[in-house]
Design a binder for this molecule. Sequence first.
Ligand SMILES: [Zn+2]
Length: 341
Amino acid sequence: MTCCGTGELAGESSTGMLGGTTTSSTGDPTTSSQTEATTSGTSSDTGAGAETTSTQSVTADSGGSESSTGGTRLCGGELPAQWPDGLDCSVPEIAVHRYDANTFILRQSLCTSFEGPFLYLLFGEDRVLLEDTGAGGIDVAQAVSDVIEQWLVDNQRGAIELVVVNSHAHGDHVAGNPMFEGQAGVTVVTPSVAGLSEFFGIDDWPTQIVQYDLGARTIDVIPIPGHQQSHIALFDHGAGWLLTGDTLYPGRLYIDDFPAYVESIARLVDHVPAEAVCNVMGTHVEMTNVPGVDFDFGADEHPDEHPLQLDYAHLLELRDAVEAMDSPQIEIHDDFIVYPL
Ligand SMILES: [Zn+2]
């Protein structure tokens, strides 16, 4: 049983400048050596406290900026109490949620794929990063373009470079990559160890952690093989989000390479301090709101779905769980299920 087919890898990288002139720059990552405590970033441009204006179909918003669901760092934006649950398929194929002025979450409708993956769009001053492109069958390029165009209007900008990165190379996260390849202003990072290493300047996979600058918004790129060999986590200093992909989310945590996975979880804990994290954000939800109860595999309706966001305590809970296992075994927790393959 697997969660997600080993989909096709994206093709070669291409570079340009969305909506503007081409550039040869694909970013200038700097290496950080297992570093110092992160701070909340330098920018005020990450839109703390911005009102949520979910532009499409996301329903009621929960609490405010001091959500108790967060980690030890207070969250600066708002998250939906409930995402579209797949019961009403008249909703848009992609739900777009504006978390703050520079941070967006897109969710592919469960009506188009039972995987219902989440995508993240993070704006810096110089470039915008898209994490993941969905499971296919949707016009993700148009949805992303719409968000970028509105951001450009709001920020009185003419163009911004788009960098497409995948949490990992499984098909339900990279299927939309070809829609971005070859577009002016867009760089698609090949989601392989070689492609990631080349683009981000990682010389020592998986132990080296590097930083990538979006312009007044720093992203730490953390290799975390285990679920899949070219899996990365992104720690966004701007929003205080630890983006964990399929490695940690409220669902079945399928583990392909258990020893690598254990090391990867420890790497996350060692590198990212609790006080820097507002939320731990994954790329699926498969748990219900009943502790320890998941939806059936392949379920395309998720009534009373668990919230997307987890917090730092879940990361510690996961670390303790996998480090305590003498041999890999399925273990059900309230908010996730450890699921070695
Ligand atoms: Zn996966």
